[in-house]
Design a protein around this ligand. Structure first.
Ligand SMILES: Cc1cc2nc3c(=O)[nH]c(=O)nc-3n(C[C@H](O)[C@H](O)[C@H](O)COP(=O)(O)OP(=O)(O)OC[C@H]3O[C@@H](n4cnc5c(N)ncnc54)[C@H](O)[C@@H]3O)c2cc1C
Length: 822
């Protein structure tokens, strides 16, 4: 056995082997080793049904799936191994308008990433699937280019391709321990010896938590039981074959939560049942190989009945075998692909529930990341650091069972799933609830999304269109615009960097200049080496050697991990910069609106005048009797302050504000109102308008990028892009003639029938009474007034490029609280 390698991949399922293959393809062939404790595919891969559904609502995952399906078709020519790819297509039925909306929203993503789809009428469904009853259908979506594959053969083909490039595979070799040595290299321990390497990739499927425990990681993966039924042959299917008729597409009745495909003249039925339990809760037995569980027919019955109603022939055949195996899950159902937090050069390719489909793309992008330092696709949707410490074993059990049962539910953009909630609540949670808050959840935190007032039921009404909360949000925006509102943003990620070299470190970490004066605030971006925006921080200088950093709550682990990685390299272990985690210790209440100054002035002795407390400055003040760091910034474009405070004072501050703010019209507002207002200001958000897929210049963040300040991460790439010219431009769009739906993101933007970009997000702007979108377009389509078309839920609407910040472009209101400078 080799004792030295550049990378060791642990796990010989489809995901590990694909990672090995792609590392080899990146030129590391002779220096990569895969260790598998049993035989290749002996985990979950051998019993997978082999379906390759391209359908996925996530922009990241969709691109991984598309790549896989393209790659798999080329493997036989490359390796000589038949992978059994059957391009039969994939037909998803819709039984209601919401489902059709979901398909249209998905189809827009598909268009922007180059996946081919077609919409069918019920009659066309009958033509393609003559054995299918079309009653009750409103339509269907067809992917002509996907189908199914033989997972074991596919794994062998990738293994062949990897070996042909020099990679080594050791079967029957269990990894017993993984340690990082003082030099930063890894020591991987097996019964046959040790391998020292630079990088370790964990691709251990149902063993993910066990593998993570070897290096102190609590990996948010836990499998759920998943079943499928293989039937005896059906005479009609056999006859179709005999007549030389083509195999029918994989059929999915999303509303019945099952799929059906042909298999050797019979059927395979795969349901996603409610109540399927988590399994291997404490990890599989070390010797668990080719393991199946006892089938649970009772759980399958509703789906069997639904399938028989749709395809009566399915009820006419006996069951040959029921497979019940473990399928890895994460709380949101997407895999985790990328770097592990807190460790250098330890990579995760885990949590795959559609692992046969995703393996090609996930291996490809992980290899890019490992070898080149960053992926080429925006991987936020599968980013391992999107979860945090709040994910306990009990939480995983609740959420993963929910994620499994939700595979076929309608994926509404405003969906907020209930399991494992409430978990993290700010002290003002109860007070917000009394005022009608309808909560959503981010990074485990409960946050008011909107407020049910005027007799409305405090219940969500998820939709792809404007739903009943639309008018409630209008009232919240109106109150913030004309009076004053309060938003709970306790979920923000917060930390402090201090020490003699804190400034020098931060200066090289972010692209903007740091605030020079004590109490100064600057919006700063940490870029990827390629010049894309990785993280956005509001940075406040507290003193000569102390900085307070605030970033998006959803990305706490990601942002802090990115910072700490660079910090480790910068300090090389000295104590010149200290990082203090403050996220859970400090709460944030955002006060915004023209009356914000009057109200704040009533509860503090501090001078809140513009001269004493200007925009982009922070002061330590006392509100009522509570210590508060008040920061004059917000994300809604109105006069206002973020009030950062030790959590235990939150209700004192809340009550002081509401007591003093009654006659000024103080009302709470939620995340959805904030989102509407940020579009009116063209404020970008990490993950949509700002990502590593686009450079900071393409995202139009030029004014926050100081190319002349000296070295910082991403600077060289930006200089090169500036000289070469940009490929994209972020524009603000007004969307014309829509009356019941706004852009949700990933909408195709076209001109004269040609797709020239994609909307990254959209919303209705109540202050400008206009549907708005932000979008990335080719630069030649970014001129003011450029007419475009935007696809929203299957219809094209006219759109026009307009100047940024359609509301209050001069920023008078956030400076003065009124429409003109005082
Ligand atoms: C019934 C069923 C049907 C499915 N159908 C589909 C489908 O149609 N389409 C689809 O895309 N997906 C499907 N899946 C999901 C798919 O099977 C998985 O997503 C995929 O196989 C995961 O691959 P993997 O490589 O991550 O995990 P695995 O195949 O489980 O591989 C992990 C490997 O790691 C090894 N390992 C673990 N610990 C160690 C260690 N310490 N040392 C060495 N080796 C170790 C294990 O032995 C194992 O071989 C299905 C799953 C089930 C249960």
């Amino acid at each position: 056995m080799k004792t030295e390698a550049k990378a060791v991949v642990i796990g010989g399922g489809i995901v590990g082997v694909s990672t090995l293959y792609h590392l080899a393809r990146k030129g590391w062939g002779d220096e990569v080793v895969l260790l598998e404790k049993g035989e290749l595919t002996s985990g979950s891969t051998w019993h997978a049904a082999g379906l390759l559904p391209l359908f996925n609502m996530s922009y990241s995952v969709g691109q991984l799936h598309r790549y896989s399906v393209e790659l798999y078709q080329q493997l036989e020519a490359e390796t000589g191994q038949d992978v059994g790819f059957r391009k039969v297509g994939n037909l998803r039925l819709a039984m209601n308008q919401d489902r059709m909306d979901e398909y249209h929203q998905y189809a827009a993503t598909a268009k922007t990433i180059g996946v081919n789809v077609r919409f069918l009428t019920p009659d066309e469904v009958g033509g393609l699937w003559p054995m299918c009853v079309t009653d009750g259908l409103v339509g269907a979506i067809l992917h002509p280019d996907d189908g199914y594959i033989q997972p074991a053969d596919l794994t062998q083909a990738l293994a062949r391709g990897a070996r042909a490039r020099g990679a080594t595979i050791h079967r029957n070799t269990t990894v017993l321990g993984i340690e990082q040595t003082d030099s930063g290299r890894w020591r991987v321990v097996t019964p046959d010896g040790e391998i020292h390497c630079e990088h370790v990739v964990s691709a251990t499927g149902n063993y993910a938590r066990r593998t993570g425990a070897m290096v102190g990681l609590d990996i948010p993966v836990m499998p759920v039981q998943h079943q499928f039924i293989v039937t005896e042959p059906h005479p009609e299917l056999v006859a179709r074959r005999d007549r030389g008729e083509p195999e029918m597409a994989v059929l999915r009745e999303s509303d019945g939560s099952w799929y059906l495909r042909e298999e050797n003249g019979g059927f395979i039925l795969g349901p996603y049942e409610k109540g399927a339990p988590c399994c291997y809760v404490d990890g599989p037995r070390p010797d668990a190989e080719y393991e199946l569980f006892q089938e649970d027919i009772d759980r399958l019955v509703p789906h069997i009945e639904a399938a028989i109603a749709r395809v009566p022939a399915f009820g006419e055949v006996g069951f040959k075998k029921v497979y019940n195996g473990a399928i890895a899950y994460t709380p949101d159902g997407n895999p985790i692909v990328g770097p592990a937090w807190g460790l250098d050069n330890f990579w995760l390719n885990e949590g795959h529930s559609f692992g046969i489909t995703a393996a090609g793309g996930a291996g490809w992008q992980l290899a890019e990341w490992i070898v080149d330092g960053e992926p080429t696709v925006d991987m936020l949707g599968v980013e391992p650091r999107r979860f945090g410490d709040y994910v306990s074993k009990a939480y995983l059990m609740a959420k993963n069972e929910e994620a499994y049962a939700s595979v076929f539910t309608i994926h509404f953009p405003d969906e907020e799933r209930p399991a494992g909630r409430p978990l993290r609540t700010a002290p003002c949670y109860g007070r917000m609830k009394e005022r009608g808050a309808v909560f959503g959840q981010k990074f485990g935190w409960e946050r008011p999304n909107w407020f049910a007032t005027d007799g409305m039921a405090p219940e969500d009404d998820w939709s792809f269109r404007r739903s009943h909360w639309f008018e409630a949000v209008r009232r919240e925006v109106d109150n913030v615009t004309n009076r004053v509102g309060l938003l709970d943003m306790t979920s923000f990620a917060k930390c402090r960097l201090s020490g003699p070299r804190a400034e020098a470190f931060l200066d090289g970490f972010v692209a903007n200049r740091l605030p020079a004066k004590r109490g100064g605030i600057a919006l700063c971006h940490a870029l990827s080496p390629g010049g894309g925006i990785h993280s956005e921080f509001t940075i406040c200088r507290e003193s000569a050697d102390s900085f307070y950093l605030v970033s998006a709550g959803a990305w706490q682990r990601l942002d802090h991990d990115y910072l700490l990685r660079q910090l480790r390299r910068f300090t090389e272990g000295d104590r010149s910069v200290q990082f203090t985690q403050l996220s859970g210790a400090l709460g944030v209440l955002v006060l915004a609106g023209p009356q914000a100054r009057t109200l704040l002035g009533r509860v503090t002795d501090a001078d809140c005048s513009d001269a004493a407390f200007p925009w982009l400055s922070a002061r330590e003040i006392v509100v009522g009797m509570a210590p508060v760091k008040a920061m004059r910034v917000n994300y809604v474009g109105e006069l206002g302050w973020e009030l950062h405070h030790p959590l235990e004072y939150q209700n004192h501050i809340f009550d002081a504000l509401f007591k003093a703010g009654d006659d000024l019209g103080l009302q709470p507002f939620g995340i959805r109102a904030m989102d509407s207002m940020r579009f009116e200001k063209s404020y970008r958000m990490v993950g949509t308008e700002m990502s590593i897929e686009y450079s900071a210049l393409e995202s139009g963040m030029d004014r926050f990028v100081r190319l002349d300040k000296g070295a910082f991460t991403g600077r060289e790439a930006l200089l090169a892009q500036r000289d070469a010219g940009l490929k994209n431009r972020l524009v603000t769009l007004e969307v014309i003639d829509v009356d019941d739906a706004d852009a949700l993101g990933n909408n195709a933007l076209s001109c004269d029938g040609e797709v020239i970009g994609r909307a990254t997000g959209g919303n209705f702007g109540f202050r400008v009474e206009q549907s708005l979108a932000l979008g990335m377009v080719r630069p030649e389509f970014a001129e003011m007034g450029q007419a475009l078309e935007i696809e929203i839920l299957g219809r094209n609407y006219p759109a026009r490029v307009i100047p940024d910040s359609p509301f209050d472009p001069g920023n008078h209101r956030l400076r003065t609280g009124s429409d003109a400078d005082d």
